[in-house]
Design a protein around this ligand. Structure first.
Ligand SMILES: *Cc1c(COP(=O)(O)O)cnc(C)c1O
Length: 350
């Protein structure tokens, strides 16, 4: 049967999600999930009916939260589906390309490959910023430029002036897709205000990270009404299950937003704790992080990663040399992880 599949699919390596990579243990700091499991009410009395394609109350709740109009919001099965919809709506297979700047989130490239859309890869500079001249030189046939800020896995913000220059450079040629999956941890860095000035700007958001709803699968795309209309042409007829909309609306209620704000403060304190504790260790470099994770460089990251793994502390390997990505968990998880790493580093240094 494999031979019947598209050549592209036969050759495809699927995204190595934290879940797929397995592991066993008590401390899971590998998927940038929230440690908070919040309670919600769901009612099952409407499940005989199909859901609305784009539930208005949900769009309005997110529009109010993000500071845009309801017509500028699309909701989908996580931000990941937003990536797919953009590629399907804007890229002609075997002709157009997307462009992205590693080290960054892996799904842009994989989604494009799945649809026979080529990837143009322009690495970030050594300061993990946009290499604008190199991007400009590679824009032929590019329809979508993906920029992740805070960037996963490096944790840094992309310079706002550079984003504006990129938007101007691509005007009438390509869309700039700002992946703001972690923006709720640093809302002042959002580019949402630029939607008013740049019709080629698209912003991806999610409830998976700060809102502690990774298992819900609910994300948003913010853009001009014209772009939203195009994406609605290619979305599935019933993309938002009724219980998903019900829970997301509760998460975006005033009480839900207050809870998220509190949890973001709590996680930011834990991130500062981890950052300070790790920075004190000989030979360890912690990069400034603006999301709920830190990229950390160790003298021998692979050996340390495996020692942690064998002891039930599951972190994420990183494509950046000698680096491990650590999600910020609750205080107990952070303390145990820091204590184990400190122990290992002291052993190596003796
Ligand atoms: C987690 C993540 C996503 C995916 O979010 P979902 O809404 O869970 O699909 C998108 N972009 C980045 C950078 C992420 O880290």
């Amino acid at each position: 049967m494999t031979k019947l599949a598209r050549k592209t699919v036969q050759a495809l390596t699927p995204y190595q999600s934290a879940r797929r990579l397995g592991g066993s243990g008590d401390i899971w700091l590998n998927a940038n999930e929230s440690p908070f499991a919040n309670e919600y009410n769901i009612s099952c009395n409407r499940l005989n009916r199909y859901s609305t394609c784009q539930p208005e109350a949900l769009l309005q709740a997110y529009a109010d939260y993000a500071g845009v109009k309801q017509e500028q919001v699309l909701t989908s099965r996580g931000a990941d589906e937003g990536i797919e919809l953009l590629i399907r709506a804007f890229c002609q297979p075997n002709k157009d390309s997307i462009l992205y700047c590693p080290p960054t989130y892996g799904m842009y490239g994989i989604s494009a490959e799945t649809f026979d859309v080529a990837n143009k890869v322009v690495p970030l500079t050594d300061k993990w910023q946009l290499d604008l001249p190199a991007i400009e030189a590679n824009l032929d046939n590019v329809k979508l430029v993906f920029v992740c800020s805070p960037n996963n896995p490096t944790g840094n913000l992309i310079d706002r002036q550079d984003i504006e220059r990129l938007l101007a450079m691509t005007q009438n040629k390509a869309l700039v897709v700002m992946d703001e999956a972690y923006i709720d941890f640093c809302p002042e860095a959002s580019t949402v205000d630029l939607l008013a000035d740049y019709p080629n700007l698209v912003i991806l958001r999610t409830l998976s990270k700060a809102f502690a709803l990774a298992g819900l699968r609910c994300g948003f795309t913010l853009a001009s009404p014209e772009i939203i209309e195009l994406l609605l042409k290619v979305i599935a007829p019933y993309p938002v299950p009724i219980p998903v909309a019900d829970i997301a609306i509760q998460a975006l209620s005033p009480a839900g937003l207050a809870k998220t704000k509190f949890q973001v403060l709590d996680l930011s304190a834990n991130r500062a704790y981890l950052q300070a504790g790790l920075s004190m260790l000989e030979g360890v470099t912690v990069f400034d992080g603006y999301g709920n994770y830190l990229l950390v460089q160790f003298p021998d990251a692979e050996q340390l990663f495996e020692a942690l793994w064998d002891n039930g502390i599951i972190l994420r390997r990183s494509p950046v040399k000698n680096c491990i990505r650590i999600s910020v968990g609750n205080r107990d998880e952070c303390e145990k992880t820091l204590a184990f790493i400190r122990e290992q580093i002291l052993q190596i240094n003796n």
